[in-house]
Design a protein. Structure first.
Length: 230
């Protein structure tokens, strides 16, 4: 059984301490740290890449939902809040579960048993995106193309597309995005979607299974040849 790396994010110190106390009963859980708000939590998640976060919803400045929108590494999420009005929305964004304050021991055990089982299984990396008035969880394996658009990355999956507020450089550094290759300054594509690779007078052209044709810069063409042993 793997060790589960977790962070606790809540603006109430007492609530964080109570979760810490209950987690002591789970030796396979390592608490990497805690944060009192989304501003503190965001860099910690990027640096430590936890498997699981306990996340309050209503916090000063930015809510728990606002925090999730900024993450390229998306851990499993257990919301912990005093307001049951957020329950439906929590499950709409594919949270693992939802705990009401004050957290009951038996309810906490149920949630932790589910978390341990799921995290020890095969989890597929995903990203949380706000698309107009909806929140969506998109699996990286379903994204075939990423395009840089000013301060955003446009994700193409199936016949759909959404904007994610991040840079291609940041996505390249994310372990969850290791299946993507940089075709040029403005394009990443999923290596699993390659249908064919052609050479012409201008260099290298990659055709994806989704029918897009991607021109590979000369420098990146050398890297791609070495990567897939052309």
């Amino acid at each position: 059984m793997k060790m589960i790396r977790t962070l606790i994010i809540d603006d109430e110190r007492g609530a964080r301490q109570e979760l810490m106390r209950m987690l002591k009963s789970y030796p396979q859980v390592i608490v990497l740290g805690e944060a009192a708000n989304a501003d503190e939590a965001e860099p910690l998640i990027a640096l430590l890449k936890p498997d699981l976060i306990f996340l309050d919803i209503q916090m000063p400045r930015r809510s728990g939902f606002d925090l999730l929108e900024t993450l390229t590494h998306l851990p499993e999420v257990i919301f912990v809040t005093a307001f049951d009005s957020f329950a439906v929305k929590a499950f709409e964004v594919s949270a693992m579960d939802y705990l009401m304050k004050p957290v009951r021991e038996e309810r906490f055990k149920h949630v932790m048993d589910k978390a341990i089982e799921k995290i020890n299984g095969a989890n597929e990396p995903a990203v949380f995106v706000k698309d107009r008035d909806k929140h969506r969880l998109i699996k990286w394996k379903d994204v075939h193309l990423i395009e840089s658009v000013e301060n955003y990355a446009r994700l193409f999956f199936g016949a759909e597309q959404v904007l994610l507020k991040t840079s291609l450089n940041k996505l390249e550094e994310t372990p969850d995005c290791q299946m993507f290759f940089r075709a040029s300054r403005s394009i990443l594509f999923n290596l699993d979607y390659i249908r064919s690779i052609k050479k012409d007078d201008e260099g290298m052209l990659v055709e994806l299974k989704t029918a897009e044709l991607i021109r590979i810069s000369e420098r990146q063409a050398v890297k791609l040849r070495n990567l897939i042993k052309l």
